[in-house]
Design a protein around this ligand. Sequence first.
Ligand code: ZN
Length: 290
Amino acid sequence: MPVLLCTVTAFAQEARRPLVLQEMTWEDVREYLKTHDMVIIPLGSTEQQGPHLPLGTDFYEAFGIAKKISEKTGVIVAPLVFAAYSEYHMGFPGTVSVKTETLEQYLFECVSSLIRHGFKKIMFFNYHGGNNIVQAKLIHRINHTTSATAMAIGIGGTIRKDVPPETYEKFFDWHAGLGETSILLYLHPELVRMERAENPKLKFAFTKEPHKLKELFEKNPAMAKVWDEWIGVPEATGKGGASHEFSSNGIWTLNDVKKSNAQLGKKRVDVMVDSIAEFIEEWKKSGNMR
Ligand SMILES: [Zn+2]
């Protein structure tokens, strides 16, 4: 009898290897479903990430971190989509964007297939801000129309933890900046062109002094809320909030991107992986595991 991955999860945990749906056979999945019903779906994007990071950065982050969570927990990772809603990055070549409704429907149909096979606990590990709205709608739709329970465990949810605030300045280090470059230097150093990393020239309708934004928002928190709604919108809206309109090279940061380092990336990834793995183990214990 072929060695099925009898206790596939033990296999994953002992071998410190992730379980990736596309790398498994249908027999492996059948075995997995006898004792497990969880799946992690990474959500990223294909969009500009400054002159030094690859277009697939968000996908590589979501998939890379989800695989590390899988190594720890034995939960299957199922990457189902590479592109996302990234209209506000379309000013830079190579960016691919799909409408939020299209993405929601596509992912709902993919998840419905998994549910038909017996997956009941669906976890989205998102690493692209533009996916937040799609993720929220999907989770509501899955929870209200199917027998499965869906959760956000990455960006757009409350489960993922990150390094403490004193580790590095997080305010406006949102896209291809110090934090994200450090993560990619840890996960995929071969894809990072540090010699091309340059700090962006930023110009915002809000102020002529972008470096004083934090100060401005501390004095006037209402403006911080408006800023959140304004930043990262399509050029066609005419508000100046598209990536290429306020950032000279597509990076959204006030930090020095050249100070990015793999140690910081590892620290951030470890904290995320540990906090999410802890949640998954709790859910396994408290949920209706068969
Ligand atoms: Zn993104």
